[in-house]
Design a protein around this ligand. Sequence first.
Ligand SMILES: *Cc1c(COP(=O)(O)O)cnc(C)c1O
Length: 244
Amino acid sequence: MTTDTIEAANRLGAVRDAMGRSARLTERTADDINLIAVSKTKAADAIRPLIEAGQRGFGENRVQETQEKWPALREEFPDLTLHLVGQLQSNKAAEAVALFDVIHSLDRPSLLPALAKAMDAADRRVPCFLQVNIGAEAQKGGCPIAEVPSLIRAARDADIPLLGLMCVPPAEVEPAPFFALMAKVAREEGLDRLSMGMSGDFETAIMLGATDIRVGTALFGERPAAARPTPASGRGMIRNSRAG
Ligand SMILES: *Cc1c(COP(=O)(O)O)cnc(C)c1O
């Protein structure tokens, strides 16, 4: 093992230990939670040690970056799962359907025709999480809570498989009430899975029912400042680095 692999294994082990502690409080284990390693801005050489340490699910937020980085890694490691965690433009739907195994950012009805067409053309149904703007933030993507039921209906009409709900709660405030609200909305809509929780708050998210967590910094270290794409990245470990 190289030092990179040992460090990756240590980070992965620490995250999985923390996942296990939180999962036990909801009578689950770490294995019941799907850990998605968010590798945006990280080069293949930084990703490979984590794969070698056993991680299989990865998340990216940009179609083009994924196209550049992942086909070669996929060839090397055929059993990987790729998740789109960033906003999707309709004109990238075909590429997204070809590249990703799960889409976490279905957030508006106008995406549905493009996604349905892309899935038909590829003869591949890519399951989606419906992204909810849980904090009703003007600057943030996601479907307003009030429009979740109609978006679910429209997605089903378009024959797009839905797994559950996804959110990025507001930065710099306690996320627990937002996670609890997400769980309530998902329950009301009869959806099983909740994609919520990042490096700074995944333990809280798991305690409140997260089934899929999206963790970048805690697995890969800090991202370069210019590449922080969402206001939500300000919470947790990243806020500490800003303060320092
Ligand atoms: C970057 C990102 C993450 C990971 O954030 P970390 O704080 O680095 O763990 C999770 N979800 C989304 C949507 C992201 O854009």
